[in-house]
Design a protein around this ligand. Structure first.
Ligand SMILES: [Fe+2]
Length: 204
């Protein structure tokens, strides 16, 4: 039974860890990143503020993204359904102000499900979700933590000046620490979950 006051975050984490873990393609770098993110996770108790979650213009594409995912079935379909149950609780942001992009303000949004300042606070890892309108590019950016994406739609990813590639629904993208990367949506909205380890203590 789903209680709308208890978003299924543990189920989401279990399904996300398992789905990503099964889609790493025997790549040691991806497997190590997956262990750093999901190896020992716990979730803090949720403190709901009672305020209405913040939306963004790009949220207009969420219904289409979830409708497309409903056809998938299997554990990836279950993960998408769980995310759909959590989504009404999430605050959506966009970084358009920081990037001074009116186009992105209208066409890109993300939400921190777990992480510093996220729906569930965490200082050790970050999990978020992005939605982007068709025919939009999220420009080159970089960040010190490595990153794994689970792709939930059509859309293309790029690293450095390499060719764009399309991972496809269920594909995993691995961005090593500090690599320059970008993503773009073509005919369909882009929808993806991203995960970053934030624990910077040296691993022996
Ligand atoms: Fe990134």
């Amino acid at each position: 039974m789903t209680d709308k006051h208890q978003p299924p975050l543990h189920t989401f984490m279990d399904l996300l860890s398992a789905e990503m873990g099964s889609r790493l393609g025997n790549d040691p770098a991806r497997e190590a990143a997956h262990r750093r993110i999901f190896g020992n996770w716990t979730l803090e108790t949720l403190q709901t503020s009672g305020e209405a979650p913040q939306r963004q213009p790009a949220c207009r594409h969420l219904a289409e993204c979830f409708a497309d995912l409903e056809k998938i079935g299997g554990n990836l379909g279950k993960l998408a359904a769980t995310l759909r149950d959590i989504e009404p609780h999430l605050n959506w942001n966009n970084q358009a102000e920081r990037r001074k992009s009116a186009v992105l303000a209208q066409n890109y949004a993300d939400s921190f499900i777990v992480g510093p300042g996220g729906f569930v606070p965490s200082s050790t890892f970050e999990i978020g979700v992005s939605v982007m309108a068709p025919h939009t590019t999220y420009p080159d950016h970089r960040h010190p933590p490595e990153e794994l994406y689970l792709v939930l739609s059509q859309g293309e990813w790029r690293q450095n000046a390499d060719a764009w590639h399309e991972p496809g629904v269920g594909g995993v993208v691995y961005n090593p620490p500090d690599i320059v990367h970008a993503m773009r949506a073509e005919a369909k909205p882009l929808f993806a979950i991203w995960c970053l380890p934030l624990d910077n203590t040296p691993h022996s």
